[in-house]
Design a protein around this ligand. Structure first.
Ligand SMILES: [Zn+2]
Length: 341
């Protein structure tokens, strides 16, 4: 973390510890909505197979949900849509909870906690991963690296034209740079690279089932009406790399698949990796969805927000930073005080 970011984080802690953020929110006549993004809510055994950047541990998630129930106004995406559509006043500290990708532990671990605190949420599915019952690619490469039995790697397509020997010093930078290439690649390309990685690094993994199945999703719909099911494309691809036809296909196929398998209407969408482009936004707008969400760390949703580029923030693992984000003062107070965030 760079020095400026450290200073800013400490300043945010200061604002939160002395409740200055809550005080600031009380002075405001207009409020925004903080939309939280989660992926996996992991038990100890799941956590061993999931990239930590996509994971929150169960006790911390419980703490955050308890905090939201005590201090915030948590609404569903549909309620948020109505607020924006009817231009109604947003109550202070309004929060929306979302999960991307379709982890099985959303049902087994997160939903029991959400039910305990009576909180609504939305789960966005990358439908091919549900169909094929695959782990997310990032978790596969995370585990291939973590549980590898061999260390030599050479994959021309990934820019590794000379053999690299993986060590504890170079593995994290290589993992990150490979991850960047995976983000902008197609499902087929990723599958080929993953097979190569398995072959060359020979990991000793016994993957548990990490993705929701269609039966799990049917159970969620039947038994947990406060949970909304929505689309996150078919292949989990970066839409900013695709043309209009390909974007439409990714979204339409995933919506149709959800409707065919579990018979619900799909009104909401999240752009994989939070990445939209003008073409992607235009296509999403034309498809008649109610809202589409990007990932924008330093923004809050207001009545003026574009319905097809609604900002969301990854829920942080720091308790203080979390409390600040849902205080309603984020990011405007820090921006006001420090002219930046
Ligand atoms: Zn995703």
């Amino acid at each position: 973390m760079n020095l400026k970011r450290k200073i800013l984080n400490n300043a945010i802690k200061f604002l939160n510890v002395f409740a200055l953020d809550k005080l600031y929110v009380r002075t405001q006549s207009k409020h925004g909505i903080s939309i939280l993004m989660y992926h996996s809510v992991s038990t100890e055994s799941d956590a061993a197979f999931i990239d930590p950047s996509n994971s929150i541990v169960e006790p911390l998630f419980d703490y955050q949900m308890n905090y939201l129930q005590q201090n915030c106004n948590v609404i569903s995406l549909n309620e948020m849509f109505t607020l924006i559509e009817k231009q109604k006043k947003i109550p202070a500290r309004t929060v929306v909870i979302t999960f991307d990708d379709g982890y099985k532990n959303n049902l087994t671990t997160a939903i029991p906690i959400l039910d305990k605190y009576n909180l609504p949420a939305t789960i966005f599915l990358a439908t091919k991963y549900i169909d094929l019952q695959l782990p997310q690619w990032i978790d596969e490469i995370y585990c291939i690296f973590k549980y590898r039995q061999k260390n030599n790697l050479q994959i021309n397509d990934l820019g590794i034209t000379n053999t690299i020997t993986l060590t504890s010093e170079n593995e994290s930078s290589l993992y990150k740079s490979i991850g960047q290439l995976f983000i902008t690649s197609s499902f087929e390309q990723r599958s080929r690279w993953i097979s190569e990685l398995y072959e060359q690094l020979d990991p000793n993994i016994n993957f548990p089932k990490l993705s929701l199945s269609w039966e799990d999703i049917a159970t969620i719909i039947e038994k947990h009406p406060s949970i909304t099911i929505a689309s996150h494309t078919e292949d989990h691809v970066d839409l900013s790399q695709l043309n209009s036809t390909e974007v439409r296909k990714q979204i339409n196929n995933s919506i149709r698949r959800i409707q065919d398998k579990v018979n619900v209407d799909v009104d909401f969408f999240t752009y994989p990796y939070g990445r939209a482009s003008k073409t992607a936004v235009k296509e999403v707008r034309n498809l008649g969805l109610k809202l589409a969400l990007v990932t924008e760390p330093f923004s809050i949703t207001t009545l003026e927000s574009d319905r097809y580029e609604v900002a969301r923030v990854a829920s942080p693992n720091s308790k203080i930073f979390f409390k600040h984000i849902v205080s309603g003062a984020y990011p405007s107070l820090a921006r006001y005080l420090f002219k930046r965030i």
